[in-house]
Design a protein around this ligand. Structure first.
Ligand SMILES: C[S@@+](CC[C@H](N)C(=O)[O-])C[C@H]1O[C@@H](n2cnc3c(N)ncnc32)[C@H](O)[C@@H]1O
Length: 540
């Protein structure tokens, strides 16, 4: 089925070019990677094309000056929009060939695509920090037009951050642009401070509704209805006018919404009821959204994860139910999860499979059976694709393979310290509350019986009942014999036998073979518990 929700694995530049249609997206939020902790010396150090050749992670090299950036720069200058071509040449003359310039070149190419896919009513929020926000604003001006600039939103993301010889950098910047002058916009409000409400909203006519008395007049004389005398009061004589027409004043009075001072001393006032307050219109400085702290329930351990409350504000303000939200640097899927929660359709793109794995898990864990269908595009679907992925990046291959058995990648591995665990699954098959573990190892190269023995050793060390050895190559006979010799895990509370050490080839997994562990029981448990809770709450 062609599902409207899509999760793409790959470089967003290619994905946008190849898959996303013109004027098809309502809202774009992007939070591109940026090494703002690198010193200015590093960011602005001149680089030659060859210098950035050997990089470890999938995307770091994309964002450092090298042959690829040079080629994209030339493409923008020769065939990009004219204003952008002019700007990029000026920036190159000013910045030189360094990481900052590489970042801007790569962003420029992507912003051209993002502009193309946005609907005329759509808008874009670019999340960055003050290290690059001023340059990015120029690039956005060149791609979207300076007249489409709407806000520079300052998000206070942390409270204190001491920094030597300067003020603590505690905010991020979100640059907000519309595609045209006619964008979709739902005004957002926040609640008033309790102190403010208590200070002003303290009058009560005896019906329990608290209100504030506010002036009915404003300075300046008017010739129309609002300048006429009302109930014997001549506002014009005092150099003022009514804030409402005479007809409206009559209606307010009939509704009991005018306060008349006792003895006719002083001007009447309008009653503003506390229970009718919409809240304070949200401005462009956001101090009410905390960053994700160490113990936040939504925390997934993804280093650059943003808080859901931030995305909630953006998605509610700039889209409606059924609209399409695109996050081309989706990371662990904050924008995607919030879009799903508020019934938007969504498109997520990320270049690392670690992110793709986490997004899927997050969606499954949050929405269970209510999750809307989605499609994954760009992940290998056959052996050839798996081989190609391994060639491009053994890391990505490993994360993808771990995902094939629905395991979590073991991300806490210190560089160089191999614990023999590439992924793991925690499962419950009894009511003790103690999870048991399936340990997953992935091998993409030569394999032999020693690998089975190694995994057996890890299972013993970690006291894990089940291990899975996922291999790209076919296992040898002695490997299968050795694996079979480790016997079975027998679940105590639920009768069932699961091979302790399972050797699974990528080809088998792609053909639909499943890892055997008491997984279905976890699902049954979870479903049963949810049902009982809903029944208790009378939701049926
Ligand atoms: C700052 S993180 C985004 C975090 C996200 N906002 C969240 O809340 O989880 C940037 C993401 O961009 C991804 N990325 C970097 N270069 C990319 C590219 N060329 N195409 C797609 N994704 C890319 C990285 O893998 C990383 O997950």
């Amino acid at each position: 089925m062609d599902s409207p929700n899509k999760l793409y694995f790959g470089d967003n530049l290619n994905i946008l070019r190849d898959y996303v249609a013109d004027a098809s997206v309502d809202l774009i939020y992007l939070d591109p990677p940026f090494n703002s902790s690198a010193t200015y010396n590093v960011l602005f150090k001149e680089k030659s094309g060859a210098e950035s050749a050997a990089q470890i992670t999938a995307f770091e090299d994309t964002w450092q000056w090298g042959l690829e950036t040079e080629a994209v720069y030339k493409e923008i200058v020769t065939s990009g929009p004219r204003k952008l071509a002019d700007l990029m040449q000026a920036l190159l003359a000013f910045l030189g060939r360094n990481d900052m310039m590489a970042y801007l070149v790569m962003m420029a190419a992507r912003l051209v695509q993002l502009h193309r896919v946005l609907k005329p009513t759509g808008s874009i929020y670019l999340h960055c920090d003050p290290t690059a926000s001023h340059y990015l604003k120029l690039v956005l001006d060149a791609v979207f037009g300076p007249q489409q600039f709407l806000n520079e939103i300052i998000w206070k993301r942390t409270t204190a951050h001491s920094s030597a010889q300067r003020y603590g950098p505690i905010h991020d910047v979100l640059l907000y642009y519309g595609k045209t002058g006619a964008i979709m916009w739902n005004p957002q409000h926040t609640s008033y401070e309790e102190e403010y409400l208590e200070k002003y909203y303290r009058y009560d006519d005896g019906d329990g509704r608290l209100y504030w008395r506010n002036s009915l007049t404003a300075a300046g004389v008017r010739n129309g209805s609002s300048g006429k005398p009302w109930k014997g009061i001549d506002v014009t004589a005092t150099g003022q006018h009514w804030k409402f027409t005479i007809e409206k004043l009559d209606a307010l009075d009939v509704a009991g919404r005018i306060y008349w001072p006792p003895g006719g001393k002083g001007f009447p006032q309008i009653k503003r009821y506390r229970d009718e307050l919409k809240g304070v219109a949200v401005g462009d400085i956001w101090t009410d959204i905390d960053r994700i702290n160490q113990v936040a329930a939504e925390r997934l351990g993804y280093p650059t994860q943003k808080p859901e409350a931030l995305l909630e504000r953006i998605i509610k303000a700039s889209s409606n139910e059924g609209d399409i939200v695109l996050d081309p640097f989706c990371g662990c899927g904050t924008a995607i999860a919030v879009a799903e929660r508020f019934k938007r359709r969504w498109i997520g793109i990320d270049i690392t499979y670690l992110a793709i794995n986490l997004v899927q898990r997050r969606l499954r864990d949050h929405f269970h059976d209510e999750l809307s269908p989605y499609e994954i595009i760009g992940a290998p679907t056959d052996l050839q694709g798996a081989e190609a992925l391994k060639e491009i990046s053994p890391h990505q291959f490993e994360w993808w393979a771990v995902d094939l058995v629905d395991a979590l990648p073991a991300r806490d591995r210190k560089k160089g310290a191999d614990t023999g665990i590439d992924g793991y699954i925690n499962f419950f098959d009894d009511k003790s509350g103690q999870a048991k573990q399936v340990i997953v190892q992935v091998k993409s190269g030569y394999i032999g019986v020693n690998h089975v023995r190694d995994l057996k050793g890890v299972l013993d060390r970690e006291k894990a009942p089940i291990g899975a050895l996922i291999t790209l190559r076919e296992p040898t006979k002695p490997m299968l014999t050795e694996a079979a010799a480790t016997g079975f895990y027998e679940s105590k509370d639920f009768p069932g036998r699961y091979p302790r050490l399972q050797v699974l080839t990528i080809a088998e997994l792609l053909a639909g073979k499943r890892l055997e562990y008491p997984a279905h029981r976890v699902e049954t448990f979870a479903k049963a518990e949810r049902k009982t809770k809903s029944q208790q709450e009378g939701l049926f």
